[in-house]
Design a protein around this ligand. Structure first.
Ligand code: NAD
Length: 541
């Protein structure tokens, strides 16, 4: 019963805590880090209300200390993936009919748990699993995740209150049904917030979900599961499986009840899933929703009128925070020749002060990259740049995987605007810079637009308003999130809805009404109060 048009609490962005020395939050999070680091976990699959331990386990290690075992997680076989589907469909019978305000309450409660009693735990788990510093964990697994949950509740009510006009004697209504079937949420390693949001946003709209987190994020995903359970999410609404990604995906996409995919990750993986969906299209009961936010090769271009210091800081933060492993990270930059000596000097001075190491030491600005395969790939590109005549490694360039997968923040300057590292997504702390002739501003904008297949984020720096307008026009399709005089990272839910086009995804803007609209199937209801009793229209007479 919903005898009221309820107003949800107004969503506000969760304030970012400072973690300054002596602060309570710093003490709590570092204590939780220690405690979790020294406790072995045994992470089951979560299907329905059951915790399933198959005995087919994989070890978990923090990427910054790969000899320190954190515990294990259990892998699903095909039968368990199928069980996750049937369990979700069974749960749908009640969940899809639950009044919206109760669904809202569950996720608002989850937000409050994350903001309060679970903040330290989820931040510390994210620091350990994904090698995030205190600040990077706070803006991800606490603030962004909380914002997703709170704002999505508000967006849901916006969608539900969007109603058609009615003419005399008629009442037109639209109800926003959940999709018929289940949603497959498949999430990346780099944001705990995204990991939680992809299953939660679909579930909020009344859908049931099978969720497969990235193997390197399972450790922090377990805290999300705990929070959702404590918030009162009924069993079977979000079912969590891990194991062989290809097998899990093939099994889920082969189901006639597959109704949509909510993906964030690399372009190649998304393309392979879209291909499989196409191959299975005749088997599905309904056309599935395909939502994917994928790779990027995000740019910064400075106009000669811009300020060298501002550009240098944007590059240092934009390219190297979280080791360049944000989909939005600046990974290519275009600097005018007149400005380059100053930008280089400022960046060099800043990079010389940056410390790298365990996230447990708050004075470290950066930590390790996520995995050995990522480390090896990045090291290869750096070695190649050292050898190539059209590239020069001007900062960083050292790497060491003896303890963790550490790669120094590295800047490559190339004289070749089509150089490999200025085109390809590397997903690590490597920035490639092309120095252009000041007079070639307009040509360089074209270069920025055409160099990469991606179109996720991009930033221009300019004190000249005409140049800013020219860049905004010339780069209209080069980025889904475009920044003027700011770094291209750090989008905030409710303020800068996030997503890109071209090879960067379907641009369904996570953390906005646009995304939630993908998880509903509207039904239009026309009710006539006094139906006609004579088939003849007046014009017949
Ligand atoms: P990834 O593509 O390697 O993994 C994403 C998910 O797909 C994981 O759950 C993984 O286990 C699964 N997967 C991997 N290979 C698979 C296969 N063959 N079949 C089925 N599933 C498979 O991505 P990642 O390394 O976790 O994350 C980094 C990527 O995500 C980067 O490309 C980054 O740009 C992108 N990203 C994009 C956004 C965005 O909003 N556009 C946000 C975050 C990350």
């Amino acid at each position: 019963m919903s005898n009221g048009f309820y107003k949800v609490p107004a969503a506000v962005n969760e304030p970012v805590k400072s973690y300054a020395p002596g602060s309570k939050e710093r003490e709590l999070t570092l204590n939780s880090f220690k405690e979790q680091y020294n406790t072995q976990v045994d992470i089951p699959l979560f299907i329905g209300g059951e915790e399933i331990r198959t005995g087919d386990t994989k070890d978990l290690f923090p990427p910054f200390d790969h000899k320190h075992k954190l515990g294990v997680y259990h892998q699903a076989d095909k039968a368990l993936v199928e069980k996750a589907i049937s369990t979700a469909l069974e749960a749908k019978k009640k969940w899809a009919n639950m009044p919206w305000e109760h669904r809202a309450s569950i996720f608002l409660k989850a937000a409050e748990l994350l903001a309060g009693p679970y903040r330290a735990k989820i931040n510390a788990a994210t620091m350990i699993a994904q090698a995030k510093t205190l600040h990077q964990a706070e803006i991800d697994s606490a603030c962004e995740f909380i914002d997703f949950l709170r704002f999505n509740v508000q967006f849901m009510t916006q969608i539900y209150s969007e109603q058609p006009a009615s003419s005399e004697g008629v009442w037109n209504r639209i109800e926003h049904r959940p999709l018929e079937g289940f949603v497959y949420a498949i999430t990346p390693f780099n944001f705990t917030a995204i990991s939680g949001n992809l299953p939660a946003s679909a579930a909020l709209m009344g859908n049931v979900v099978v969720w497969k987190p990235s193997a390197t994020q399972i450790y922090s995903a377990r805290v999300i599961v705990e929070v959702f359970k404590l918030a009162g999410l009924p069993d079977g609404v979000i079912n969590v499986v891990y194991g062989n990604s290809a097998m899990i995906t093939d099994t889920l996409l082969a189901s006639p009840d597959f109704a949509g995919i909510h993906f964030t990750g690399s372009t190649g993986v998304f393309n392979s899933m879209w291909t499989k969906i196409g191959q299975n299209i005749n088997n599905y009961k309904t056309y599935p929703r395909i939502v994917g936010e994928t790779g990027g090769k995000d740019f910064v271009i400075a106009h000669p009128s811009s300020c060298a210091k501002e550009v240098a800081v944007a590059l240092t933060r934009g390219a190297f925070e979280y080791q360049g492993q944000k989909c939005s990270a600046a990974s290519r930059a275009y600097i005018p020749a007149s400005m380059w000596p100053k930008v280089k000097e400022y960046m060099g001075a800043d990079l010389a002060t940056i410390k790298m190491g365990t996230p447990e030491d708050p004075s470290n600005f950066v930590s390790s990259v996520i995995s050995e395969s990522s480390f090896d790939k990045l090291a290869k590109y750096i070695d190649q740049a050292q050898a190539d005549s059209d590239a020069e490694v001007v900062f960083g360039g050292k790497y060491d995987k003896s303890v963790g997968y550490f790669i120094e923040p590295t800047v490559i300057v190339t004289t070749n605007p089509q150089y490999e590292t200025i085109k390809t997504e590397l997903f690590g702390p490597v920035l490639t810079i092309y120095v252009y002739e000041d007079a070639k501003w307009s040509e360089t904008l074209k270069l920025v637009d055409e160099t990469s297949v991606y179109a996720l984020t991009g930033a221009i720096f300019s004190k000249c308003r005409y140049a800013a307008i020219e860049a905004t026009d010339a780069l209209v399709n080069a980025a889904g999130n475009f920044y003027i005089n700011d770094k291209p990272t750090g989008a905030v839910v409710g303020q800068q809805p996030f997503g890109g086009a071209r090879a960067s995804g379907t641009n369904d803007k996570a953390g906005s009404v646009l995304n939630l609209l993908r998880w509903v199937s509207p039904r239009t209801i026309k009710e006539t109060f006094v139906p006609a009793t004579d088939y003849k229209y007046p014009f017949l007479g």
